[in-house]
Design a binder for this molecule. Structure first.
Ligand SMILES: Nc1nc2c(ncn2[C@@H]2O[C@H](COP(=O)(O)OP(=O)(O)OP(=O)(O)O)[C@@H](O)[C@H]2O)c(=O)[nH]1
Ligand SMILES: [Mg+2]
Length: 298
């Protein structure tokens, strides 16, 4: 997940340790250290905003401290503290409590094309079913060829209900039908799939607003591909401004070796990452735990 960052940061430690001259860290030495650290953070796809925040946190933590002896340990600890301030967590128990607080609980999934929305919906359905909840999926992507079949395939494999209509029909009304289905069949959770769209496409964003207005979801989750790196931050910002999102799921963390999106997206929109997707199997969805992530950095 952070292979690239780890490799680079170790190079930085070796390089800057020699450059530090004073026993107690002064501004000059700090600037030398951060010059290199900043490059590593940015190359690891950490957003500029988060990099600035990390800088401020490190500055207040390190200046005046003696770093010469345990250089690597002191700087790593300060970085871990900085990321602890940046990452936002939502406890798994709280997530489940929320989902169980209303019946049916309506979850709407949004994101750009190919970010992993439909796959993540199947993983979420698998996860929630294992927690004893009954699920209905709403095939709200009536736009992309084969999207309905893709969701139907998952519903069949998972043994969960699905409500679908034809292609080019109204996405909001498919979701509406799924909610009625859930009310009738006493399903606990409705998960609405939507077509992928670029955050810059106004017409498609308006369609998403309609799905949201008609169905009033209890939770809107933005699904993004971790490999997209820095772009995820901009996407999340626009989706949040346009339709207001509650939380984030990052996918493909199994093939992302930089991890910058994980470290940046929550801070930008002040919303938690709730799950990380880490593969193609239903089990490959892990609850986001801040402590685990920070440990993985070093
Ligand atoms: N390695 C890996 N691949 C993933 C993960 N999640 C999704 N994928 C793959 O990403 C591709 C796109 O996934 P979809 O779920 O179809 O994405 P989508 O956002 O629904 O796509 P559109 O509906 O076209 O916008 C598929 O090949 C998935 O198998 C993950 O966590 N890890
Ligand atoms: Mg899809």
């Amino acid at each position: 997940m952070f292979d690239f960052f780890k490799k680079k940061i170790n190079e930085v430690f070796k390089k800057v340790e020699k450059a530090v001259t004073e026993t107690k860290l002064g501004q000059n030495d700090f600037d030398k250290i951060f010059w290199e650290l900043e490059l590593t953070l940015l190359q690891s796809n950490v957003s500029a905003e988060v990099t600035d925040k990390v800088k401020a946190s490190l500055e207040s933590e390190l200046i005046g401290k003696s770093v010469k002896r345990d250089f690597k340990k002191v700087i790593s600890a300060a970085l871990m503290k900085a990321f602890d301030e940046v990452l936002i967590e939502s406890k798994e128990a709280d997530f489940l409590k929320k989902v169980k607080s209303k019946k049916p609980f309506i979850i709407m999934i949004v994101g750009v094309n190919g970010s992993g929305k439909t796959t993540t919906i199947s993983k979420l359905a698998y996860y929630l079913k294992k927690k004893g909840l009954s699920i209905v999926l709403a095939a709200g992507d009536t736009f992309r060829a084969a999207s309905i079949e893709q969701l139907k395939h998952h519903a069949e494999k998972l043994g969960v209900d699905i409500v679908a209509n034809d292609y080019d029909t109204d996405s909001a009304s498919v979701a509406f039908d799924a909610v009625r289905h859930a009310e009738k069949k006493s399903n606990d959770v409705v998960i609405i799939d939507t077509a992928g769209r670029l955050h810059s496409n106004k017409n498609l964003m308006d369609e998403l607003k309609k799905v949201k207005r008609v169905n009033n979801p209890d939770m809107t989750i933005f699904v993004a591909d971790a490999i997209t790196g820095n772009d995820v931050v901009e996407q999340a910002r626009v989706f949040n401004e346009e339709i207001s999102i509650d939380s984030v799921i990052l996918t493909k963390t199994d093939v992302d070796n930089k991890g910058g999106a994980i470290l940046s997206v929550g801070y930008t929109i002040k919303k938690p990452i709730i799950f990380l997707g880490s593969g193609q199997e239903y089990e490959n969805l892990k609850h986001f735990k801040k402590e685990e992530i920070i440990k993985k950095l070093f």
